[in-house]
Design a binder for this molecule. Structure first.
Ligand SMILES: [Zn+2]
Length: 293
């Protein structure tokens, strides 16, 4: 798995600002809750072991591909091969975009971000019959405001790693997601999230990496994934891929929605910046931090 970059104080402020600005605001309220299982990077085991576990409950997943990792291996194991991707697409799963080389999008200039998206898009289209992903996940869940704005023009949904449910006012340009791994979201915590999601009529997104009896730090054991998928199916939620969920929400025309500040972050930003909590204020903070290149 790509190693998480270090975080400076400037990164923290820029990341917080990017999260606070809702680039694609949407009010989410569902009669039937939704649960999505997604896999980042993605190791071969995510598909070879994760796919059958989802299939037992008639569910499909979203697999976010960084093209550079395709057919490769690292000390945590092998990443997916082209044959794996063909197999999952034939079975109706979704392929999402995770950039080409998995850079830290807090630190990339605009041209480099565009090049990353172009390169991954070209590779996916060339190898997989013109397939065009509509879903994106930020590497390490990190992005500058500029990165978020640029990338959100190309995808229907964008997923981060901020934990919690998606309910009420959400940002389709940085949806919340919960890592399924023993350390951050053990099975009991996942069950609690499923219960809360069922009550709230929300969209609960899980993500993980490798699936193994002895997984990496960011992976999940097969038995744990099976237990959570079973609990999700039993929670009354619809188990959908990111693209299926977007369709169920009637998304597509959201890209033109006006950016707004996350109500949760408004007070915090006001205190931090001592400025009025308007979009312009946030943008001026961004400019002063040189978030824009
Ligand atoms: Zn990743």
């Amino acid at each position: 798995m790509p190693e998480r970059p270090s975080t400076t104080a400037r990164d923290r402020v820029a990341g917080r600002l990017a999260r606070a600005m809702l680039i694609k605001p949407h009010r989410l309220s569902l009669a039937t809750p939704i649960v999505t299982f997604s896999f980042d990077d993605f190791p071969a085991s995510a598909w070879r072991l994760g796919g059958p576990i989802l299939a037992r409950h008639g569910a499909r997943g979203t697999f976010y591909l960084s093209g550079e990792l395709l057919n490769r291996a690292d000390p945590t194991g092998a990443f997916a091969t082209e044959a794996d991707v063909h197999g999952l697409l034939e079975a109706g799963h979704e392929l999402g975009c995770h950039t080409f080389s998995h850079p830290d999008l807090l630190r990339q200039p605009a041209a480099a971000i565009e090049a990353e998206l172009d390169r991954n898009g070209r590779l996916i289209a060339a190898l997989f019959g013109g397939y065009r992903p509509s879903s994106f996940a930020y590497p390490y869940g990190r992005a500058s405001l500029r990165a978020k704005q640029l990338i959100s023009e190309r995808f229907v949904t964008l997923r981060g790693v901020r934990t919690g449910l998606n309910q009420g006012p959400v940002d389709l340009a940085m949806l919340r997601a919960n890592e399924l791994c023993a350390k951050t979201t053990p099975v009991e915590r996942a069950r609690a999230l499923l219960e809360a999601n069922a009550k709230a009529g929300g969209w609960l997104i899980f993500f993980t990496h490798d699936i193994a009896d002895e997984p990496s730090e960011h992976g999940c054991r097969p038995a744990d994934l099976a237990a959570v998928v079973e609990a999700a199916a039993g929670s009354g939620a619809r188990l959908l891929t990111m693209a299926e969920a977007a369709e169920a929400l009637g998304l597509g025309a959201e890209a033109s929605a006006r950016p707004m500040l996350d109500p949760e972050d408004r007070a915090l930003l006001q205190r931090a910046a001592g400025l009025a909590a308007t979009g312009m204020a946030a943008l001026s903070i961004a400019a002063s931090l040189a978030v824009f290149d």
